[in-house]
Design a protein around this ligand. Structure first.
Ligand code: R5P
Length: 315
């Protein structure tokens, strides 16, 4: 058993951090984050953390680099204030998609983020649904990945799934889509998606599986521009799907995502709250449903604090 459990929030997603802390039954730790006129960030921890088991919640959302830097400074401040263990809680991992060297002379920035977190004092990391699970291997200290599956499964199980089929947007998401399909008891299909260049535009070129007359549930790890979902919906409708719903962990919704998604004719778009979605944006996306991850993160923090297994939570 570690010292006293304290949960701090960075400024990226206060609402989620508060939900996590209230699930645990604690107030958030007190810290002041200010910016000098030269844009340098100052963090002042406003309570004693000596010997404490500290968790800092900071997700990746705009301004991405500022939020990352703020987290690094918070970790450093906590470590040097003698916290006994510091865990960075990253609901959406920064630079998660930069996880491999698929071109010459590029940085694997997700590995760089892992290095920075550790250098700043993170003894461990807790995150959710990585773009590639191998990212955990960038850490030389314990790193735990929660999956949003149980939350999405619980939601979709409330529906009539007798005619449903789970659809992976590409081969990369097929493994987890298969797991999801198995848990909600449906067959699955896979889309052959290609990205032709660096413009982030995706094209669905083929479909493996029969969706004719079926209620499709598209599964993916994240929605960024919405292009993958729009393309998936297009091919599913072309092949005769009756309904098209979406279940995704991270609602990044960058650029013109709301317009792109509204043009995709989706019956329901379900995401979790790993990333804050401004109210105006929420209202601009048709048929959007947001599920909270706060109880799951709260439970995981309780378990890490008590030295209990996390894998039981994913069963
Ligand atoms: C891609 O490999 C991921 O699994 C997602 O499909 C992708 O990140 C979604 O991006 P976008 O919404 O921009 O198509």
């Amino acid at each position: 058993m570690q010292g006293e459990l304290i949960v701090f929030s960075g400024s990226s997603h206060y609402k989620l951090a508060q939900g996590i802390a209230s699930h645990i039954g604690l107030p958030l730790g007190r810290a002041r984050i200010t910016r000098f006129s030269n844009e340098n960030i100052k963090v002042k921890i406003d309570e004693n953390v000596r010997g404490a088991d500290v968790f800092v919640v900071q997700t990746s959302c705009p301004p991405v680099s500022d939020n990352l830097m703020e987290l690094l400074i918070m970790l450093d401040a906590l470590k040097f204030a003698s916290a006994s263990r510091v865990t960075a809680v990253l609901p959406y991992f920064p630079y998660a998609r930069s996880d491999k060297k698929d071109e010459s002379r590029i940085s694997i920035a997700a590995r760089l983020v892992a290095d920075l977190l550790q250098a700043s004092g993170a003894d461990r990391v807790l995150t959710m649904t990585l773009h590639a699970p191998q990212t955990l291997g960038f850490f030389r200290s314990p790193a735990d990945q929660l999956m949003a599956h149980p939350i999405l499964i619980q939601y979709f199980r409330q529906k009539d799934l007798s005619n449903a089929i789970v659809v992976a947007t590409d081969a990369g998401s097929a493994k987890f889509a298969g797991y999801f399909a198995k848990r909600i008891g449906t067959p699955m299909a896979v889309i052959d998606k290609r990205r032709m260049d660096d413009t982030e535009s995706a094209h669905s070129v083929a479909l493996i599986g029969d969706v004719k007359g079926k209620d499709a549930i598209i599964y993916d790890d994240e929605i960024a521009t919405g292009g993958s979902i729009r393309e998936a919906a297009r091919i599913l409708r072309d092949f005769g799907a009756r309904e098209v719903c979406v279940g995704v962990t991270h609602g990044v919704f960058s650029g013109n995502a709301p317009e792109t998604l509204n043009g995709a004719d989706l019956d329901e778009l379900v995401v979790t709250d790993t990333i804050p979605i401004p109210e105006a944006k929420q209202e601009s996306i048709k048929n959007l449903k947001i599920l909270t991850t706060a109880p799951m993160f709260g439970e995981a923090i309780n378990r890490i604090h008590a030295g209990r297994s996390l894998s039981e939570m994913m069963e």
